[in-house]
Design a protein around this ligand. Structure first.
Ligand SMILES: [Zn+2]
Length: 403
């Protein structure tokens, strides 16, 4: 693979591909097509996913209509109340939620939701964006957490400039009307096997879906190109263990593709010695991080490997919000690789995540390192297979918090 190919794939896939949509499937078929051109057969595995259709999302504040998008998975209905800006999550701030439509700038998770509900909020408003940018993009949000009593409040998301404007104009009366229908749709994982001499398998994963505003070049076509690099590399290189490349759907909607994979392939996971997950690589700016989502021994192995290869990288014994968590949940140790761009140079989950953020040369550098680590994992006599208590409990807490 060369820089020209990297840039062609980034250009071919420069469209939004939300989990469960036709565009996501179009990308799965594209990945299959690229593999077929290299002479390799893939399997596309479908799985069910909840889909939503917005029939009406309307927010008025002080009699003025504000552009908004409903939180998928929040409640349908109409709620009215005074608008309240929740500045913090201290008791005094929370008490002010009673009978109000609550605007928050905190990440909406299960704790915040439960606290708002306990304190009598009627509906909630979140916002996205940067007030210094010229766009007016409103992102689509989705409930991905478990709420103690179910999600009974309607919620909408608005642009930051409207949020600031609303707070300047307080006190105001507000109304949210939300109507959405839900149905079961399908998302897909793409699988390519490169057989070795044994039944033991190393799975390398990367998600190919994106969020509602994003072409997802950096997050995560970069990792998907990484898998294509490995397909080409290992087709020409013999290896002891099977190498399975897994392009996951619907990661952005809650690691749903990787969890569906682990559920459907539960019987094979005993032979799966390691998951290597690629999510966000090759950014022009930023440093490389290797996560051991396994144990300290794996972290030491990564340290040793990195210094032997003279590669510049930091090792962390930690989890990250990506498909590696699903494998750990099912007892498969994982490592996860990323190159983290400073936020002023790349904005994921927005219109700014384009091919401009990715350097083809840098991505190929990252992949040379990852290919040699994968080669090691596929051939080493023994590789650590323990998952530390810390990683296990962090992953359990992650799924409880997020889903
Ligand atoms: Zn990602």
């Amino acid at each position: 693979m060369n820089a020209k190919t990297v840039n062609k794939i980034l250009s071919d896939t420069s469209y939004i591909r939300i989990g469960g949509t036709a565009e996501e499937l179009r990308c799965a078929e594209y990945l299959r097509h690229v593999c077929a051109e290299m002479g390799m057969d893939t399997v596309i595995e479908p799985f069910d996913i909840a889909m939503y259709k917005e029939e009406c999302a309307c927010l008025t504040v002080g009699g003025r209509e504000i552009e908004c998008k409903g939180w998928f998975g929040s409640a349908s209905g109409t709620v009215t109340g005074e608008l309240y800006y929740l500045e913090g999550t201290d008791n005094i701030s929370l008490k002010g939620c009673r009978d109000k439509i609550v605007l928050t700038d905190k990440a909406m998770g299960h704790k915040l939701y439960d606290m708002m509900e306990e304190n009598g909020a009627r509906g909630f408003i979140t916002y996205n964006g940067n007030i210094n940018f010229s766009d007016r993009d409103v992102d689509r949000k989705e409930i991905r957490f478990f709420a103690e009593n179910g999600v009974c409040m309607p919620g909408v998301n608005i642009h930051v400039s409207d949020a600031v404007d609303i707070v300047k104009r307080l006190p105001s009366s507000a109304q949210i009307t939300l109507r959405q229908a839900s149905y079961v749709g399908q998302s897909h994982n793409v699988i390519l096997d490169l057989d070795g001499e044994s039944e033991e398998t190393v799975i390398i994963s990367a998600h190919y879906d994106s969020t509602s505003l994003s072409e997802g070049a950096y997050d995560n076509m970069s990792g998907c190109i990484g898998l294509l690099y490995l397909a080409e590399y290992f087709a020409a290189t013999s290896h002891r263990r099977r190498i399975r490349l897994l392009w996951c759907g619907s990661e952005e909607r809650g690691l749903i593709g990787s969890r569906a994979y682990c559920g459907a392939h539960r019987d094979e996971l005993g032979d799966t010695v390691l998951n290597i997950n690629l999510d966000m690589l090759g950014s022009v700016m930023g440093g490389f991080v290797a996560f051991s989502c396994a144990d300290e021994q794996m972290a030491e192995l990564l340290e040793g490997f990195i210094s032997k290869h003279g590669f510049s990288a930091t090792v962390r014994h930690d989890i990250r919000s990506s498909d590696s968590n699903s494998f750990v949940l099912y007892g498969v140790p994982a490592v996860s690789f990323a190159r983290y761009a400073p936020s002023g140079t790349a904005q994921i989950h927005s219109r700014y995540d384009t091919a401009e953020v990715v350097s083809a040369e840098r991505l190929l550098d990252d992949m040379r390192f990852i290919a040699s680590f994968t080669e090691y994992a596929a051939n080493a006599e023994d590789i650590p297979r323990n998952i530390s208590e810390k990683i296990r409990s962090d992953v359990e807490a992650y799924f409880k918090r997020k889903l």
